[in-house]
Design a protein. Sequence first.
Lengths: 240, 558
Amino acid sequence: MIKIKGVSKKFKDKTIIHNLDLSIKKGEFYALIGPNGAGKSTLIKLLSGLLQPTKGEILLDGINIVENPKEAKALIGYIPDEPTVWDGMTGFEFMNFVGALYNIPASQREKDIKKLLKIYKLTGTEHQLYQDYSRGVRQKYSILAALLHNPSILLIDEPIVGLDPISIDITKNILDIFVKDGGTVLMVTHTLFVAQELATRIGIFEKGKLKIEGTYKELVDRANLPTKTSLDDVYKNYLV
Amino acid sequence: MSESFGLLLSYPGQVIKRYLAREKFTRIFAIFILLLIILFVGISIYATTIGGLNFISRDIEIRDALYFYIAQLFYLLVFVLSFGNSILVIAASFARKSHQWIMATPSFSIMAFVNLFQLLASSLWIFLAVIIPVLVGIAQFMGVDGLQLFLSFVLTTALIIIGSICGVLAYMLSVYLLRYFSRLLGQNIVSQSLAIILLVISSVLMIALFWRIAIPQDFVKFFDGNYIVQMQTMKEQLIYLPTFGIAQVLHDLLFCSNIFGTTYTIIFTVLTLGLFIITYVLLDKNYLIMWQLLQEGNYIAEKENSKLYSHRSYNFPAVNAVHNIIDKELLLIWRDKKNLLWFVIVIGLWVAQTAVSWRVTANANNYGDGYVFPDFVYALILAIGLYFISALALRFVFPTFSAERKVAWILGVAPISPWNIAVGKLLIYTGIFLFLGSPIVIANFVILGFGFFPALLYWIVFSLSVILIVLLAIYLSIAHPNRFSSDPETLSTTLPGLAFTSLALGGTIIIANIMYLVLSNVDLVVLLVLLITVLNLLLTSLTYNASEKFEYAGEIIA
């Protein structure tokens, strides 16, 4: 469960997030959409503990990420928008290192990594350096690394950039199973068809504020649009 | 073509403009500090030159031969610096993926000129900071006129260009040699790292060869007999130096006011221009081919399922967070050939200094048992050691948090505190520096005939100072992370980078001076040890506080 209470984030004089309140229940898939520069990525970084809020409180399964960062971070799996990793590491080393940071015993890690690699058919690439991977392969490794320690919350910033159509389907399947198993997902994206297909609730974010939120159907209804309108058109209706 | 050329040439100007567009006051202050440091270094070198020449001139028997020897060593150093810098710059230019868009246009050949321009510009800083003060110092001491001083500037610029050109040609040769071997082996082995390794091996072999030919000569014999005999002995040995001829012209210009100096300066300048044009034409003709050969390593399609590019992956067996950070740092240093080259260069220079100490001591002992060096030599050994450690810390430790900004998400989201990361980095870099530095420092003590107890005290001061330098670098890195650059060279010129340089160099001078003053009094050395320990504790506490406030991402993401 994710609970955001009155959170603001300022960089010097510029306020990026304005007094935000948001609650995402266990087993819920929440998609946050909005224009570039709206503060979506900043919000994800606040939730993942990469940034500290200027004001307010963030609770992950009831644990305050500012007060108890180690306990809170152990619950999170984070998939960044830029899957940059040290060029000199192999994919296997990266996943092993991440597993070690989450205190997974070495023998367990190796088994889990081998199992995860099969999901995207990455077996055979794991001992090559990161600098030799394509954008898509890097993205796949960062998705798998986020799942390695069995998190209860997934924070995702643009999950399918650079992925081929088959890999997109696999990713959607992974996220679907994760939510069905009781996991909580907050996803920030510009790929609206994924949000439309997977999200149980969608929030439209603009200038650091939540402009409107609801299920896909509620958003369509509130805008008085035809039932089969795509999320693209709903988005444009609210923001243009 | 000419428009894109103009655009590329205006790029450095735009970079400066953009640099000053934000935080103008802080950045102007940073530039001011940088100029002050250059001025300080320049004045120090000028004063040392005058002082050194004054000291030498007192011994009329060896004075003139020593001037020749100094001219030879000075030009050798300038050549080596220009040569090394040129290789690093040209190698980096082929590694830069941001140039892909230029290489895809019909104007790709401008990159040859741009690179030559860049590497000459980056070599010329040596001119500003080191060469001008030395030449002005010599000219003033010897009382030569303005024209000869000007000609010595011209000659030295020519030498820098020759050094840089030799670097480019050596790099090209190394790439083409690898291409030749690739054809023989039937598989592509051309890569940046192999090209550089080939150059390092060739350089080491050349130095070894030179060492075999020239160094066995007794240094003291250089200054035996009258001036004519001395010069004869030196010329016989030093003629193997690549800079022998041009250094002789400098000697003629500044020390002998010789007319031949003027004539040969003109000849060397014309030759340099010719060589520059030939190199430009060669690079221009081969740039695209070299680019393609070196880029093959970047094409990933065939690599993803190729066993050829597989590595032996490390398992990260530890569960302890700090231990994992240490393992990760070691792995990445080992995998980055440019990092290894840096270590090889700095440690190589340090070993060379030790070898010279050994040679000089052996020579001195031949002319009387138990030669005792003045106290300042012992303090100087400490200062040199800490200077090398500062150079390594500036390159590796100070940029450590900023350089990881793009990968910060990995550590940032994991249940590991920034303090644990800082401790991991402190342990690994202190460990590496002590592991590499201690044997060299101890070798210096043995060479200079230190007793066990003073050597132990010296080593303790050295080790604590290494911790101090590493802690200072980590503190500045975590307290003032840079969100805009991951490049160690750029980071070292930011305000925190300059603060590190000033504090590390200033601290080194102060510690070495105190050591010199207290050398004969053990109680005072213990006091110095206590002082450095207190400073270490203070910096540890400051680093802890900074780590509590550290954010893995910054304003740039908004």
